[in-house]
Structures are given as structure tokens and as C-alpha cells.
Design a protein around this ligand. Structure first.
Ligand SMILES: Nc1nc2c(ncn2[C@@H]2O[C@H](COP(=O)(O)OP(=O)(O)OP(=O)(O)O)[C@@H](O)[C@H]2O)c(=O)[nH]1
Ligand SMILES: [Mg+2]
Length: 485
């Protein structure tokens, strides 16, 4: 229970028509009664009704305001809460805050209103994190995901998992009791013939929940990429046309293009807005064969750019490279096929028979996999498209292929229920514990060892919701908030 009262500006500072100031805690009502005057109204003030009046300090008028009173526990914080809509700007909100602080409300710390809401059981920790994610969202996709979690979307999924794991835990512990009564060896395998149905049941529960939690993590990666910026890196051999494509996508001559191999020595990053998404395009230097400090530094910079890539566009000059050489380059790249697109570049120079056949075979495979196949799920081979900056088929097919990838990413990020890194981290921990538990089960380990792991998974999920979390964890979460939320 909190005994002190906090006050803070809930809206941004600066010139604005209005500002919202919140007061939460036991002194909220006494402060309102002392400093708020509304014609025809006397305290006690009605709950949840907008009152137009004046904020006064003795005889001095501070501002004309609209006051709203939410009695606890039916308020955002669960405590008595007053919201004052004052005039905005540099002066008025500051004077109102001075008045409130002089009347017994102390300045709120970052996130303290939401922290109180959590402590009073109005929100679980996933919802509190969703509040922060909603406020700091940089795209409509992120905001939508945050809103679903705020509505309890993540809690529902976790609650289902927790129920199932509690059942598994109970089965494991029951088997321990039996062992203690009957056999002295508490570490005997739980599919002991006497209890033959227990092992498979526990196994099924663990596998199902591990899969469910894993699915939650899939969208987390997409979200992280969109938040940090989706990095599209043009890679490939010297002189393949990477800088030409980079410029074509940017719509200006940013990188130097020349017929000389080794033109680009360092990588170039350029931001690009693509629909609602934040993208960074990177042009890299092709592998430098020459010896020397510059070539070495250049190769290192290319490796750095590749390590940070969300998507690699492998540019291959079809007039100067064989299909075998491309296969070698792709193997050296060593990335999941879903993160690579091959640009069969300089197609205008006339792709030889080998390339035509190679592409036709690829397209045939893609058609056979159907529309829900490679592009949507996890493709087995990178998408390949002809491209050119000189003539038809130009860069349209490459652009379309990249957009298709980004749409998949966008819908993953939109569907995700993970809106904070802490959530991804706890779920990963739970998944790992379940994997260990399943491994132990397969090996025929004792119930006690398996139960230790399922308990670990349950603890991680409980922490996610905010059950039994330490003070430091809360400090870490709420300190990221802005003051007044
Ligand atoms: N015919 C044709 N030539 C192209 C095309 N794209 C690029 N080129 C030419 O290929 C040469 C190399 O292009 P760049 O864009 O500099 O190639 P790069 O991959 O950046 O080369 P490095 O930076 O040296 O690794 C230049 O002479 C370009 O004009 C294309 O689509 N068709
Ligand atoms: Mg270049």
C-alpha cells in the first residue's frame, strides 16, 4: 500500500492547447477540495464527471481547468486519482505543479503511475510493458501489437501455458510421492510400468507448450528488426553492380559507380522510408583479392555489414559469373534462405543458357511449392530475380521480391505478442528449460530432475506476468517510462 501522493504532467511539455496533470494517492481528493472551485458545486465532488472550474491558491487564480475524479480502486492506478486538464504552454502547467507539490503531492518518478497500477493489481507486467511500448512505438504495426498485449493478449497465452505446465508438474510430483511410498529410488524413470500413462502425457504437454512458446518468439525477431531498422545489404563480387542497385533504390547517385573492380572500399548506410517501415540500405565492397591494409580493412567492413543485415541482396553479374560460382558464394554467405535474395544482375547483357535454365528451374520449384510455399514460410532456396539498371527488366522484380519479404516480416511483427525484450528473454528461458525437460524425459531420467526443469519454465513465465519479481526488475522496467505515465 502506498501512503504518499504523487503528481506529474502526463502530456509533453511545450506550447499546446491543453496539458493533463495527474494526482494519485490518498491526498488527491483533499488537494482537489482545497484548490478547486466550481460554480454551483461543493465537495464531495462526483466521481468520473467532468467539472469546469478554477484552480486557486488562496485568493489567487492559477488556471481555468476541467477536473476529473476517479475514486480508487476503479482508477488507472487503483488509488484515488485526479486528472486536471489545464491550459498548456510553458507557464501554466508548471504553476499548477508547484501548487500541487506545495500541497503535499510529491513529483512522480518515471513510470510511477503505471507501477502503482501494477502493484495494485490493475495490470500485470506484460500489460505495463505494453503501455511503454505503445507510447514509444515508431510504427503503426508496433502500436497495434502493443494494444493487443495491453488488452491482455499475452497474458491469455501465458495463462494457458502455465495451466498446462502446472498439470505436468503435478503429474511429475505425484509420481515422486508414489516412488517415496513404494520404491526407495526417487530417481526411477517416470514411465515405470506401474504408471505407464504418465510419461507420454507429460511428454505431450511439454512438447505442446514448448511449441506454443516458440511460436510467440517468431514474431519477436521481426519486431526487433522493425524497431531497430530493417537492414538490406547489397553484397556480391567486385564489379557485380551493387553500388548501381544501391543508387537505383535510393533514387540518387549516392555511391560511386565505375567499371573498375574495387570501386567501393567502405560500406555506405542510407536510411529509406518504405511505407510504414524504417529501412537502412547498405552498399558493401566486393571481396578484395589484393593484399594490403586497405583491402583487409575493406573485407572486414563488409563482414561487419553482413553480420548486421536483416536481408542480403546477393548481386551476381550474370555475364561474368557461373551458376557454380554463385552456389559457392551463397554457401560462403551461410544465411537462412529467407534472408537472402539473389539479383541476377546485368540481365540486359544477355544471360547465357546456363542462367536461363537455372532460373527456369528455380521458378518451376517455386510454382510447385504453391503460393503459400517458399515466400510465406521458410524457403529452402533464396528467391532469385533478373535485374538490371540499364534496361528491362530493370529493378522492379527485385523491388517486388524485397517487398514480399517485408510484408511477411510486417505481418509477423503485427501478429506478435512480444512487445519488450524482457518478454522474449523470459520466454526463451522457459523454452530452453522445456527442451531440457523433454531431453531428460526421453533419456528416462527421474521425475525429480524433470520437475526441476518444468519448475524453471514456470518460474520464467510467472516472472513474465510479474509474479514474485524482485524490486530491481520493476525498477528496470518502470524507469524506462516517461514521467506522468
Ligand atoms: N550492362 C549493365 N551494366 C551495369 C549494370 N549495373 C551496373 N553496371 C556496370 O557495372 C560496373 C560496376 O558497377 P558498380 O555498381 O560500380 O559495381 P559494384 O558491385 O558496386 O563494384 P565494386 O564497388 O567495385 O565492388 C559499372 O561500369 C556499371 O555501369 C546493369 O544492370 N547492366
Ligand atoms: Mg560499389
Amino acid at each position: 500500500m502506498t501512503t504518499d501522493t504523487i503528481a506529474a504532467l502526463a502530456t509533453a511539455r511545450g506550447i499546446a492547447a491543453l496539458a493533463v496533470i495527474r494526482i494519485s494517492g490518498p491526498a488527491a481528493i483533499p488537494i482537489l477540495e482545497r484548490h478547486f472551485r466550481a460554480a454551483g458545486r461543493r465537495p464531495p465532488f462526483p466521481a468520473r464527471s467532468a467539472m469546469l472550474g478554477e484552480l486557486v491558491c488562496g485568493e489567487e487564480r492559477i488556471d481555468q481547468v476541467v477536473a476529473l475524479f476517479f475514486p480508487g480502486p476503479h482508477s488507472y492506478t487503483g488509488e484515488d486519482l485526479v486528472e486536471l486538464m489545464t491550459h498548456g504552454g510553458e507557464i501554466v502547467p508548471e504553476r499548477v505543479l508547484e501548487l500541487l507539490h506545495a500541497s503535499g503531492a510529491r513529483p512522480a518518478r518515471a513510470g510511477e503511475f503505471t507501477q502503482r497500477a501494477y502493484l495494485n493489481g490493475k495490470l500485470d507486467l506484460t500489460q505495463a510493458e505494453a503501455v511503454e511500448s505503445l507510447i514509444t512505438a515508431r510504427s503503426a504495426i508496433e502500436a497495434q501489437a502493443a494494444l493487443r498485449v495491453l488488452g491482455g493478449g499475452l497474458r491469455e497465452v501465458l495463462a494457458a501455458s502455465i495451466d498446462a505446465l502446472v498439470e505436468a508438474q503435478a503429474l511429475l510430483e505425484a509420481s515422486l510421492d508414489i516412488q517415496e511410498d513404494g520404491a526407495p529410488d526417487t530417481l526411477s524413470p517416470i514411465w515405470d510400468p506401474a504408471r505407464e500413462s504418465m510419461g507420454p502425457r507429460v511428454g505431450r504437454l511439454l512438447a505442446r507448450e514448448r511449441a506454443r512458446l516458440r511460436r510467440l518468439l517468431e514474431g519477436a525477431r521481426a519486431r526487433r528488426m522493425l524497431r531497430a531498422g530493417y537492414r538490406i545489404v547489397f553484397a556480391g563480387r567486385s564489379n557485380a553492380g551493387k553500388s548501381s542497385l544501391f543508387n537505383a533504390f535510393l533514387g540518387r547517385e549516392r555511391a560511386i559507380v565505375s567499371p573498375e573492380p574495387g570501386t567501393t572500399r567502405d560500406f555506405l548506410d542510407e536510411p529509406l522510408d518504405w511505407e510504414d517501415l524504417r529501412i537502412v540500405l547498405t552498399d558493401t565492397a566486393g571481396a578484395q583479392r589484393a593484399k594490403g591494409a586497405i583491402a583487409e580493412a575493406s573485407n572486414r567492413r563488409t563482414r561487419e555489414a553482413l553480420a548486421a543485415a536483416s536481408l542480403v541482396v546477393e548481386v551476381v553479374d550474370v555475364a561474368a559469373t557461373s551458376t557454380e560460382e554463385l552456389a559457392e558464394d551463397l554457401a560462403a554467405l551461410n544465411r537462412p534462405a529467407g534472408e537472402v535474395i539473389v539479383a541476377l544482375h546485368k540481365w540486359d547483357l544477355g544471360a547465357g543458357r546456363a542462367w536461363q535454365a537455372w532460373l527456369a528451374e528455380r521458378e518451376g520449384q517455386a510454382r510447385a511449392a504453391g503460393p503459400a510455399g517458399p515466400a510465406a514460410g521458410k524457403p529452402r532456396a533464396p528467391t532469385a530475380v533478373p535485374s538490371s539498371v540499364k534496361a528491362s527488366p530493370d529493378v522492379a522484380p527485385l523491388r517486388a521480391a524485397i517487398e514480399a519479404r517485408m510484408r511477411v516480416l510486417g505481418s509477423e511483427a503485427q501478429a506478435t505478442l512480444i512487445v519488450a525484450e524482457r518478454q522474449a528473454e523470459r520466454i526463451t528461458r522457459a523454452v530452453e528449460a522445456l527442451e531440457r525437460a523433454e531431453g531428460l524425459l526421453r533419456e528416462g531420467a527421474g521425475a525429480e530432475l524433470i520437475a526441476f526443469e518444468t519448475r524453471g519454465a514456470l518460474d520464467a513465465l510467472g516472472e513474465l506476468l510479474g509474479r514474485r519479481v524482485g524490486h530491481e526488475v520493476l525498477e528496470q522496467i518502470f524507469s524506462r517510462f516517461c514521467v506522468g505515465k
